[in-house]
Design a protein around this ligand. Structure first.
Ligand code: SF4
Length: 73
């Protein structure tokens, strides 16, 4: 099994052997992860989602509705 780590942590996008779900690359070499600017740990992804939800919740109702209409309808 090939794993993709940076600073000993696994990237959230490394879903299986040699497949990156973020960049949709199959059969890539592990070296690509070393300098990848998209690298994030699962914890960083979850923290980012939480921050985004808090930001949206801080907006007024009209702005929240327009975001909902644009991205979730
Ligand atoms: S570090 Fe980059 S290339 Fe490697 S799995 Fe994560 S997003 Fe994909």
């Amino acid at each position: 099994m090939v794993t993709h780590y940076k600073n000993t942590e696994k990237c959230f996008a490394n879903n299986s052997d040699c497949y990156c779900s973020a960049l949709k690359i199959a059969s890539f070499h592990v070296d690509i992860c070393k300098d990848c600017s998209f690298f994030k740990t699962q914890k960083q992804v979850e923290e980012g989602r939480e921050k985004a939800i808090k930001r949206v919740e801080s907006l007024d109702a009209i702005t929240r509705q327009s975001i909902y209409d644009k991205y979730f309808k």
